[in-house]
Design a protein around this ligand. Structure first.
Ligand code: SF4
Length: 390
């Protein structure tokens, strides 16, 4: 067995989902601190080399071993034989007038995703994808209509942060890094790709990774209840729920996974998540897309206020971004303001997400990739659009 194979077979490396190429090289980009140490121990080096490598990759943005001057020449040669640092390939990029940046990224093992960076005063938020497509088919979501291809590896997830951070060139001080916040809200349901997402988020939080505060890394889920409990056992990050409806009947239509994990299971899971971290300052973000005539009446707002009474939350109202063939329309500004005012009067923190990057189709819910759909859903969707247009 080669040294590399022995590392790949070690528990630590398996846990970190080591990405391999056809040449059996380990993609170091996707290893968290623990697995990186295990890799170096596996090739007969000291464990501290792991942190040195993390710095080269994630602080300095290097992917070329020959530039890593605190490693001996023989180690650099050996690394080039057994490992690689392979980020996704940027096949297209667009920078909006408002500072928003969007990349279309292609992976060696197939598929494409879009990744978006949204600057806002001192904050720079990166919206990261976890899967190519999504299996869950929420009725208001363009990603869901493209079907599902596969989970992204940890290297493919953290590679999105690597690309975004490096697009700004070398950064001297950690405090000046442009990506200050990451939201796992791009393509896919992150909790259905649990291990790879947790590994990537560990790299986001790690001092030798991106050093992002745990409050600034947010995982957004449609409500995979058992995985919410597992998440709080493994990592401390912020949680957002794609709620979108104040009762089961409507949520069953908009977010079909609600039929499996209804609100009476989802909300106690949110409570348990918060109790785990014992901080009375923490809140879960409830995302609520505003769909005209569907979920945006004052009666819906009243029901929502009642539903969330016992859970510490903030509510983020998201104006719907229409996409071709969609049956929904965006709520009027008046309807959104009325809804927000009702929630605020009921004592909630309720914000309205501003729409950014409209000129480059980077607004929320507009992300598309290239999905080799295994579910045939995208085919059915295209057929529907054609019939609607006849
Ligand atoms: S909203 Fe999220 S979970 Fe639902 S289909 Fe879209 S990407 Fe998947």
């Amino acid at each position: 067995m080669s040294v590399v194979n022995s590392v790949i077979n070690s528990a630590d490396a398996e846990k970190a989902n080591v990405a391999k190429t056809g040449a059996e090289k380990v993609n170091l980009l996707g290893l968290d601190s623990e697995a990186m140490e295990a890799f170096f121990l596996g090739i007969g080096e000291k464990a501290f080399r792991g942190n040195q490598m993390m710095k080269w990759i994630h602080h300095l943005g290097h992917s070329d071993f020959s530039l890593m001057t605190n490693f001996s020449k023989s180690l650099r040669t050996h690394l080039a034989e057994v490992a690689e640092i392979r980020p996704p390939k940027v096949v297209h990029k667009e920078y909006s007038k408002d500072g928003t940046r969007k990349w279309v990224l292609e992976f060696t093992s197939g598929g494409r995703v879009e990744t978006v960076f949204i600057p806002d005063k001192k904050r720079g938020t990166l919206c990261v994808s976890s899967q190519i497509g999504c299996s869950l088919d929420c009725t208001f979501c363009s990603t869901g209509k493209q079907g599902f291809q596969r989970d992204l590896t940890s290297a493919e997830i953290i590679g999105q942060v690597w690309i975004a951070q490096n697009s700004f060139g070398p950064i001297e001080n950690a405090g000046d890094r442009p990506v200050t916040n990451v939201v796992m809200m791009g393509m896919g349901e992150p909790l259905l790709n649990f291990d790879n997402v947790v590994t990537a988020m560990k790299i986001m939080l790690a001092d030798f990774g991106y050093g992002i505060s745990k409050r600034r890394v947010t995982l957004s889920t449609s409500g995979v209840v058992p995985a919410i409990d597992r998440l709080s056992d493994q990592i401390d990050v912020s949680l957002a729920i794609s709620l979108h409806a104040p009762n089961n009947a409507l949520r069953n239509q908009l977010v079909p996974i609600n039929r499996k994990f209804p609100l009476e299971e989802l909300l106690p899971a949110c409570q348990r998540f918060l109790e785990k971290f014992e901080s009375n300052r923490r809140r879960i973000t409830m995302e609520y897309v505003m769909l005209s005539g569907v979920n945006d009446s004052i009666e819906h707002a009243r029901e929502l206020a009642e539903l969330l009474r016992d859970v510490p939350v903030k509510i983020n109202l998201i104006p719907f971004n229409p996409f071709p063939g969609s049956e929904y329309r965006r709520s009027s500004n008046n309807a959104i303001r009325r809804f927000q005012a009702y929630l605020q009067d009921a004592g909630y923190i309720a914000t309205v997400r501003s729409t950014r990057g409209d000129d480059i189709d980077a607004a929320c819910g507009q992300l598309v990739g290239q999905v080799n759909d295994r579910t045939k859903r995208s085919e059915r969707w295209q057929n529907k659009i054609q019939v609607d247009n006849q």
